[in-house]
Design a protein around this ligand. Sequence first.
Ligand code: GDP
Ligand code: IMO
Ligand code: MG
Length: 473
Amino acid sequence: MTIPYGRGSSRRGPVPGTESRPGQPSRLQRTRPGARHRVASGTALYTQDVPATVIVGAQWGDEGKGKIVDLLAQDSDIVCRYQGGPNAGHTIVVGDDTFKIRALPSGIVRGKPCVIGNGCVVDPEVLIGELDDFEQRGHSTSEVYLSGNAHLIMPWHLAIDQASERRLGKLAIGTTKRGIGPAYADKAMRLGIRVQDILDAKILRQKIEVALAEKNLWLERVYESEPFDLETVAAQYEGYAQRLRPYVTDTSLYVDNALRDGKHVLFEGAQATLLDLDHGTYPFVTSSNPVASSAATGVGIGPQRIDRVIGVAKAYVTRVGEGPFPSEIEGPDQETMRELGHEYGTVTGRSRRCGWLDLVALRYAVRVNGIDQLALTKLDVLSHFAELPVCVRYRLPGGEETRDFPAHQSDFHAARPVLETLPGWSEALDDCVSEEDLPDAARRYVDLVERELGVEVTLIGTGAERTSVLTRA
Ligand code: GDP
Ligand code: IMO
Ligand code: MG
C-alpha cells in the first residue's frame, strides 16, 4: 500500500507493520481506574481498542507533550503532527542526548514513521535543517511523510510577523516571530503556497510571483520594510524543493489506510488549548487549532476515527508571550519556579511566566478537547515548595465566583484566582518507581486534580529524562 503523489515515490514502502502483525494482540494494557502508577518501562501502555490517540496540550504550551509522545510512540506505528509549525519546541531527553524538535513529529526520535499533516505550516529551511540533523545523528528520515496540502512559510511571512509585532508595540502578542500567523492568514486568504506547489518548478515560480506582487506592496507601503526579489526567492525555494520532493505524500490516504489496517496512530498537538485560535485566550493565541478535534481536519481523517484524547498538563502552569494569566505567581516564587523548572522557551529562549495550577482553565481544556486521561508532568518541580496554592475558582469583577472558564474575554481578563492551599512535600521524586513511592502530599495533590476534573491522571512526570514517568498499569 503505497500512497505517494510526489516524485521520488519509489522510496516508499508499505505502511509500517501492515503485513507482519495482522490481528496482533495489544502490546499495551488498558488503563484501569484506581490502578496504581508505576515507572513507564517501555511496554504496555495501549489497548487494542484505542488505535488512534490524540495528545493535546491542556494549558498554554510547553507542558511536556514531546516527552509524552515519545513515551507512547514506542508502542505506536505512526506519529502525526496536525497543526502549527516551527513555533513549537518539543524537548526530549534521552540519557546524555537532548533533542529539540520544532517541525517533525516527536516520534522521529523512536524511529517511527512520521506524518506532517495538511493542517501544519512548514518552513522548509527549518524542516530541512531538522531532517539533516536527524540523519547526522543516525536517525533515518526515510519514513517522513509530508502532506502536499500543508502550507509553506515564505520569507515574507517572517518579515510581516516581525514588522507587525513591532507596529503593535505595547499591544504586541509576543509571537515566536516564525511567520506562523501570516502563513495561516494567507491560507485563509487563498494566497498561500502549498507543499504540493514544489512538485513543479514552473508552478512554484508562478505562485511566488503572484504572492510577491501583493506582499511587496504591503512590505514597502504598510510596514516600510524591504521588498523581496522574485529571482532570489524562486531560486532559494527551488533548492528547498529539490530536497523535499521525495517526502511529499497523500498523507490523508496513508493515515486512513493505516487505521483501517489496525495500526496504532498518535496525533501530536503542538501549542495548546489556551493558545487555540477559536477556544484560546484570543487575541493572545496562535493562528491554528491545537484542540483535539482538529487532529481530524489537520490530517484528513474522519472524527469518528479518534478513540482517545490524552491531555498533557504541567503540575503548575507556564505561559510565554503576552496575555492574561490569572494564576500567575506574584513575588519571588515566580523566579524560584522558573529556575527549578528550567522555564525558558525552547524556540525563542524567552523566560516563561509561571503560575500555580489552574483547575478552572484545566476543566475548560477537558471540556473543549474531550480529554479522557491526563498526563501530569513536572510534579518533581513542586518538591521544593512548602505550600502549594491551587486555583480552584475565579472571582469575577462583580464578586461572583465560578468554576467555569469565563466565556467573555473581559471577564477572563479581570478574573482573580481563588486559591486553595495544599501542603507541599520536600522529598525529591527522582527515586519514585511507583505511585506508592510518592510522598503522601504529592498523592493528595494528584487526587485533588482527579477529583476536581473528573478525569484520571494516568501518567505522572517526575523528571526531564525520558524514563522519568510513572504510569498507571
Ligand atoms: P512541549 O512543547 O509541550 O513538548 O514541552 P517543552 O519541551 O517545550 O517543555 C517541557 C520541558 O520540561 C522540557 O525541557 C522537558 O525536557 C521538561 N520536562 C518534561 N517532563 C518533565 C517532568 O516530568 N519533569 C521535569 N523536571 N521536566 C520535564
Ligand atoms: P509548544 O508546541 C508555548 C505562543 C507564543 C505567543 C503565541 C502566538 O512548544 O508547546 P505564534 O508564533 O504561534 O504566532 O505566537 O503563542 N506559542 C507558544 N507558547 N509553546 C508553544 O509551542 C508555542 N507556540 C506559540 O509565545 O504567545
Ligand atoms: Mg515547547
